[in-house]
Structure formats: structure tokens, C-alpha cells
Design a protein around this ligand. Structure first.
Ligand code: SF4
Ligand code: SF4
Length: 99
């Protein structure tokens, strides 16, 4: 059996480098995935460079831009951590969800 190639991690410096393609299919009114969450992303705006990468990568369109800064809609954020993983400034941390 042919061995699969190791996946190469691509690092984008801004949302302009991300190819023009849909990464999210959009949030559904009745699909509030926030109830799935065990950990939540918290953004430190002081280190945010406003690159928009978190907004582009969020699979649930739970991130929106307000006054040029990303905000999280916790009704739709499922806590996958993609935004924190992709943030080039590492200003998103995943914290334990309070029950
Ligand atoms: S953790 Fe980040 S990427 Fe994942 S759903 Fe929540 S806001 Fe979107
Ligand atoms: S939180 Fe991180 S990924 Fe999101 S806009 Fe700011 S620097 Fe970019």
C-alpha cells in the first residue's frame, strides 16, 4: 500500500494570502453549535493585528468583525480551536468552558 504524504502546514500572514474559496458554509439559524463546546476561544484584542484569518477559517461563521476587530458569537462557536491554531499573533487562547 502506498504511504500517504505528510500534510504540509501552510502559514498565512494575512487573509489576503488565503485562496479565494469558501471555507465555511455559513451558520444555520437552527444549528446553534455553541452547545457542543467544552472549551471556548478568548481573543486578546491588544495583540490582534486585524488580519482576519480567524474570521476566514471559522467553520461555523461564529466570528464576525466589529470596528475592524474579530468578535465571537458563542451561540455558534463549537470550540473547535481552529481560530486559535491559525491566529498568527497567537492572541486567541482556548479556555475551559464554565458549566
Ligand atoms: S473555536 Fe474558533 S474556529 Fe472554532 S467554532 Fe469557535 S470561533 Fe469558530
Ligand atoms: S485574532 Fe488573530 S487571526 Fe484573528 S484577526 Fe486578530 S490576529 Fe488575526
Amino acid at each position: 500500500m502506498k504511504k500517504r504524504k505528510e500534510a504540509k502546514k501552510i502559514v498565512f500572514k494575512s487573509e489576503k494570502e488565503v485562496p479565494l474559496m469558501p471555507m465555511s458554509v455559513g451558520s444555520f439559524l437552527f444549528n446553534k453549535t455553541g452547545v457542543w463546546r467544552n472549551i471556548r476561544p478568548v481573543i486578546d484584542p491588544t495583540n490582534c493585528i486585524q488580519c482576519g484569518i480567524c474570521w476566514k477559517f471559522c467553520p461555523d461563521v461564529a466570528i464576525y468583525i466589529e470596528d475592524e476587530f474579530p468578535m465571537i458569537d458563542y451561540e455558534y462557536c463549537k470550540g473547535c480551536g481552529l481560530c486559535a491554531e491559525e491566529c498568527p499573533s497567537k492572541c486567541i487562547v482556548m479556555v475551559e468552558e464554565e458549566k
